[in-house]
Design a protein around this ligand. Structure first.
Ligand code: PGA
Length: 254
């Protein structure tokens, strides 16, 4: 991690936790993060539990994000949720382009090109996920894939707002598999993503936070977070339990 960028540890609950389970979790996590400083802690919560979690974490250092958002403010888009619906709940930000959205629900780079600026415009912090499949990595297509994803998604973002976007590099083969990227793979891909941001603006590239995601656990967090270009972690499975999520937060503090 670099001392010039505030690190982010984000938990992505995915399709886990009812309101009751979410409240129990928050009660378990809050005392464990009460004295966290110099670090942003984010929870990406299912829509149905957002209001409850925003309310029960108000005044704490936790930032609450949605897991997706439609690009239009309103309209005939059955089953979708817009930025004004999220800001009304005092949600702080949203994940965008998570690989599970891309893989299972047809999320496209073209839609993300509208979603990222729409989130910023509405006052929501966008956390943009990018990453290659195992096939793409084996075929030597990692850089080409990342270039396409980053360039498309950031194309319509005003240069002076680029630093408000957090990017999460998540190799798809490492998500939920227990097969974490090697330190070299993670550092190399994240440095490459930073270079892509420099293609838009050199100063912004030095300030933008880029996280690693994919099988981050309490046991491997410290060594990943020690890498110079990695500004934090996006954590799925290991964020579902407050003790293991807090252990990852502790790894970022030390
Ligand atoms: P994982 O998920 O930590 O369970 O691999 C990461 C993610 O999908 O954000």
């Amino acid at each position: 991690m670099s001392s010039s960028r505030t690190p982010v540890i984000a938990g992505n609950w995915k399709m886990h936790k009812t309101i009751a389970q979410a409240e129990e979790y928050v009660a378990g996590l809050l005392p464990r993060v009460a004295d966290v400083e110099g670090l942003e802690v984010v929870l990406c919560v299912p829509y149905t539990a957002l209001q409850a979690v925003v309310d029960s974490t108000r005044g704490s250092q936790l930032a609450i994000y949605a897991q997706n958002m439609h690009e239009a403010p309103s309209g005939a888009y059955t089953g979708e949720i817009s930025a004004p619906m999220l800001t009304e709940l005092d949600v702080h930000g949203t994940l965008l382009g998570h690989s599970e959205r891309r893989q299972y629900f047809g999320e496209t780079d073209r839609a993300l090109q509208l979603k990222v600026p729409a989130a910023l415009e509405a006052g929501l912090a966008p956390m943009l996920c990018v990453g290659e499949t195992e096939e793409q990595r084996l075929a030597g297509d990692t850089e080409r894939t990342l270039r396409h994803q980053v360039q498309e998604a950031l194309e319509k973002v005003a240069v002076d707002r680029l630093t408000e976007v957090t990017i999460a590099y998540e190799p798809i083969w490492a998500i939920g598999t227990g097969q974490v990227a090697t330190l070299e793979q993670a550092q190399e891909a994240i440095a490459f993503v930073r270079a892509l941001v420099a293609g838009f603006d050199k100063d912004a590239a030095q300030q933008v936070r880029i996280l690693y995601g994919g099988s981050v656990k309490p046991e491997n967090a410290a060594e990943l977070l020690a890498l110079p270009d990695i500004d934090g972690a996006l954590v799925g499975g290991a964020s579902l339990d407050p003790a293991s999520f807090a252990a990852i937060i502790d790894a970022a503090r030390s």
